[in-house]
Design a protein. Structure first.
Lengths: 100, 417
């Protein structure tokens, strides 16, 4: 019984967090991304986020090393690994896509 | 008036003249008829000349050039459409990964070349779901090629700050295994002792994980909580030989392991992480034979990690321990603790083209022949930001006569693509 109770606590915590997450706004879609490309603040914020976060683990990669579409997948991967918010990841993507 | 227009005019004029002339032809003056015949003859001759000119123009370089321009435009339009498709498509695929080729020379022992290859796959749908996976392809000592699934997960971006991950994922305990271990990132040719397979740090886990981030002004908190099948215990000669924490697709003890990591970043260049896990495990293999029904026992993990970057100086360190409780009813009744820590400093110079690295590691295991202290020195040449040529030397202290006691020279070329 003790084991079952202990098991339920983290499951409940995860469920609550999951529910809270689903109630919050969803990630921006591609259409919103297109308008983001023209926002100069996103470019500037993206450059700062890129400089602040990437070098924490590895050398800074050249924005020209990947195409626009490849950066989309790579930045999504790094959003998970580096603990970036969706907005931060979007800004970094704008910076990389305009710099490659 | 261009050639084609002129020809069209003449073509339309001829029947018109014929039509106008025909009804009154008999009543017309012979001189008028002769005049008309002369005009028709002149126009016919002109039409012939124009036709000849047009035929000649068809074979000329000008028209060929025009044709080439049109074809080139078509290709350009197709290319633009393809590029747009790549950029705006709802889903994108990306192949990346890393590879390395090594030369390892053990002092007073053998030397060998080795190589491995870790392709990674990313499939993203509309910034909502990312499926990612990594294979580990290695050439073994006997020449066989082994292929392992390092991780495979579906990452569902629930909102701006929260991601649900399901599948086999890299262990969130500490930082080395989940972020630093790829050869193009790791600044030395080898992993710190205890951070490899069957060491003190868990490698991966099979289950579900919630990862999130909580921005706090210029600071940030990141977290990862998970539930998984947990590791297995390998027994040998009546004692625990190793903890295999590599994300198995079964859970013999039927008790899940729960764990996570919380990291605080007061400034972007400083990260301090605390991690842990708890659950039950059981012995599933003894002296190389699979066994069933061994009683479960407690399993606990603790991890601490920190990293700091100041200009070209990179500092990092990490502590991880895994502990197994004793169980008198088990085929391997004694418990044990595996713990390791390392501290590393690296500095880039000459415009970031060269890098010097020093790392100290202390790995303790219940088995004296696994215990190892290591001082590793390295010099790296950065071919590109993601490709390094590494020269390393390890001064190792372990059980005398064991491989853990032998110093090593290592050369590695690593490339992240």
């Amino acid at each position: 019984m003790k084991t079952n109770t202990l098991t339920l606590v983290p499951v409940a915590v995860i469920t609550v967090l999951l529910g809270l997450g689903l109630m919050a706004a969803q990630a921006p879609a591609i259409a919103e991304e297109a308008s983001a490309q023209n926002d100069p603040m996103k470019f500037a914020n993206g450059a700062k986020t890129w400089a602040d976060n990437c070098a924490r683990c590895h050398n800074m990669r050249d924005p020209k090393s990947l195409r626009d579409d490849q950066w989309r997948a790579a930045v999504a991967h790094m959003r998970v690994r580096a603990g970036l918010t969706g907005e931060e990841a979007e800004n970094v993507l704008v910076f990389l896509q305009q710099s490659n | 008036m261009n050639t084609i227009t002129r020809r069209r005019t003449i073509v339309w004029c001829l029947p018109a003249l014929a039509f106008l002339a025909t009804p009154s032809l008999a009543q017309m003056h012979p001189e008028r008829i002769a005049e008309l015949e002369e005009q028709v003859s002149a126009l016919t001759e002109q039409l012939g000349e124009l036709s000849a000119e047009l035929d000649e123009a068809k074979d000329s370089e000008g028209l060929d050039g025009l044709r080439k321009d049109v074809e080139a435009n078509k290709v350009a339009i197709q290319a633009t459409q393809s590029a747009t498709t790549f950029t705006d498509a709802t889903s994108v695929a990306h192949l990346s990964g890393y590879a390395s080729a090594d030369y390892v020379s053990v002092e007073d022992g053998p030397s060998a070349f080795i190589a491995n290859f870790n392709p990674m796959f990313h499939f993203l749908y509309d910034n909502k779901i990312l499926w990612e996976a990594e294979l580990e392809v290695e050439v073994e000592e006997n020449g066989d090629t082994s292929i392992g699934l390092e991780y495979t997960t579906v990452d569902w971006f629930l909102n701006d700050k929260l991601t649900l991950i399901a599948g086999k994922f890299l262990s969130p305990i500490g930082n080395f295994r989940q972020n630093i271990h790829p050869s193009w990132i790791n600044k030395l040719p080898s992993a710190p002792p205890g951070f490899g397979h069957d060491g003190a740090a868990p490698i991966s886990e099979m289950g579900v994980q919630l990862r999130g981030v909580a921005p706090m002004g210029s600071s940030k908190l990141t977290y990862a909580f998970y539930m998984g099948n947990g590791p297995k215990i390998e027994g040998e000669d009546g004692e625990i030989h190793a903890i295999e924490a590599e994300g198995f697709a079964s859970d013999p003890d039927d008790e899940k392991v729960f764990g996570g990591r919380v990291a605080f970043l007061p400034i972007p260049s400083l990260e301090i992480g605390v991690s842990g896990a708890t659950g039950d495990v059981s012995v599933v293999e003894d002296d190389g034979m699979d066994i069933e029904g061994d009683p479960k026992r407690g399993y606990d993990v603790i991890g601490l990690d920190a990293s700091y970057r100041w200009r070209n100086l990179d500092l990092r360190g990490e502590y991880v321990s895994q502990e197994i409780d004793e169980n008198p009813l088990s085929i391997a009744p004694e418990g044990g603790k595996w713990e390791t820590w390392y501290a590393q400093a690296a500095y880039q110079f000459a415009d970031g083209k060269w890098e010097g690295v020093v790392r100290y590691t202390d790995f303790d295991s219940p088995h004296a022949d696994d215990t190892q202290e290591q001082l590793a020195l390295g010099v790296n040449y950065l071919i590109t930001p993601s490709a390094m040529l590494k020269f390393g030397y390890e001064s190792n202290t372990g059980e005398p006569g064991e491989v853990t006691d032998a110093d090593r020279w290592l050369i590695q070329i690593a490339y992240g693509y």
